[in-house]
Each structure stands twice: as structure tokens, then as C-alpha cells.
Design a protein around this ligand. Structure first.
Ligand SMILES: *Cc1c(COP(=O)(O)O)cnc(C)c1O
Length: 232
């Protein structure tokens, strides 16, 4: 039987190996543990191993979990990575340090207005629809730089970079091509002090993502095991 601690260690080793293979420094790649659908107890176990950053997709599940971990005395960094409905922006702005899934101005404006003054600016990645898949979230590549310029004008948001979930592919060349495409878009973002994050790579494709320049991999099942079906 493998424990969560062992799985976390083997993900860390995959990151280090992938970085070494392409002569990057392993410490330039952050691990975001995606704890969606997992209980607070699992987050606690990962936190006890030193994991600091956690990603959540479903607000209703995330809020009680964040509260529980805070009550247990943990100071963790929470990243919202799921689709955003406008009626959820206030709770996201109040409870998360990062949002990776901003893909339209209206949502950015609401997060900006609702970010409490007592907190530092909310760190943002724009989600890009790489490959323009019809049912996928993410801004179209052609509209990316307009949205980036608009977000740069919002004082309570701080644009850090780009995120994408490329079309699922077991073909390693296709994985590389999609990640390389996002990296080129990232390199053309207007330079600023805050732009430093290329959020790409999941359990099945983190090696390809790191080879193409990922600075933050978002890993769920490889750390926590299979996800339980979510109750509606
Ligand atoms: C679920 C999810 C992940 C993690 O996926 P795994 O394949 O379990 O590693 C990463 N990013 C986003 C946006 C997700 O929704």
C-alpha cells in the first residue's frame, strides 16, 4: 500500500527528474497539490509533509475545507482553478490567494471590486483555451492580450501569468506542442514585475509541461489517488 506521503514524494521526484533532464533548476517549478473532492484530512496529511499550496475547483467544497484547515492551525496558500460563475466571485476574492481560471473581463472586474482591502492584491493567471476547443473554458488566443491589458488596469488584481488545460492526449508530441504554444503566448505577455507563472502540467503530462517551461504544475490524482465522484 502506498501512503499519501510516498505519493507526494514520488511526484516531487518526477518534478526533479524532469527538471534535470532539461537542465532546469527544480526549485523554479512549484507544486500545486490539487485537492478537489478530497477531504480536509487528506489536505492535512499533505500539509504535514510540508506541502504549502493547494488547488480547488468547486467553491462549495473548498470553503468548509479552507475553514477547517485554518481552524486546525494551518496557514496554507489556496488557488482557485475551476470555472467561475459571477455569483461566486465574492467568496473567491475573500478566501483565495490565487485564481488561475480568469477568462473574461466581467469576472476580473468583479474579483477586483470584491477583493477585500485588508488583503494583498489577488494573484491572477489568465486561462487560455489552447486549441480553441468548443466546450472548454479559457479566453481565445486572439483575445488574450486585450484581456491582459484590461486586467493590468485593475488595482486589486496582480497578473502573474497564464494557465491552460490542453486537449487530453496520450501522445507525447501533442502534449509538447500544446505546452510550447502556451509558453510562446506567455513570452509575449507585456513585461511587468509580477509576470512569472506558467501554470501547466497535470498528473499525466507534467514531464512534457516542465520540458516546455512550466513554472507551476497542478497535480491531483498522482498525490491523492483517484477522485471520488462528486455529489451534486
Ligand atoms: C483536476 C485538475 C487538475 C489535476 O488533475 P490530475 O490529472 O488529477 O493531476 C489540474 N488542473 C485543473 C484545472 C484541474 O481541474
Amino acid at each position: 500500500m502506498t501512503t499519501l506521503a510516498q505519493r507526494l514524494q514520488s511526484v516531487q521526484k518526477r518534478i526533479t527528474d524532469a527538471a534535470n533532464t532539461c537542465k532546469r533548476k527544480p526549485e523554479t517549478i512549484q507544486l500545486l497539490a490539487v485537492s478537489k473532492t478530497q477531504p480536509a484530512e487528506a489536505v492535512k496529511q499533505a500539509a504535514d509533509c510540508g506541502q504549502q499550496c493547494f488547488g480547488e475547483n468547486y467553491l462549495q467544497d473548498a470553503l468548509p475545507k479552507i475553514q477547517t484547515l485554518t481552524e486546525w492551525g494551518y496557514q496554507l496558500e489556496w488557488h482557485y482553478i475551476g470555472p467561475i460563475q459571477s455569483n461566486k466571485t465574492r467568496a473567491i476574492a475573500e478566501n483565495f490567494q490565487w485564481v488561475h481560471s480568469v477568462d473574461r473581463l466581467k469576472i476580473a472586474e468583479r474579483l477586483n471590486e470584491q477583493r477585500p482591502d485588508s488583503l494583498p492584491p489577488l494573484k491572477i493567471c489568465i486561462q487560455v483555451n489552447i486549441g480553441n476547443e468548443s466546450q472548454k473554458s479559457g479566453v481565445a488566443e486572439t483575445e488574450l492580450y486585450t484581456l491582459a491589458a484590461q486586467i493590468n488596469k485593475l488595482a486589486r488584481l496582480e497578473l502573474h501569468g497564464l494557465m491552460a488545460i490542453p486537449p487530453a492526449s496520450a501522445n507525447v508530441e501533442q502534449q509538447h506542442a500544446a505546452f510550447a504554444r502556451l509558453r510562446r503566448l506567455f513570452e509575449q505577455l507585456p513585461a511587468s514585475n509580477s509576470v512569472d507563472t506558467l501554470s501547466m502540467g497535470m498528473s499525466g503530462d507534467l514531464e512534457a509541461a516542465i520540458a516546455e517551461g512550466s513554472t507551476m504544475v497542478r497535480i491531483g490524482t498522482a498525490i491523492f489517488g483517484p477522485r471520488k465522484q462528486r455529489k451534486k
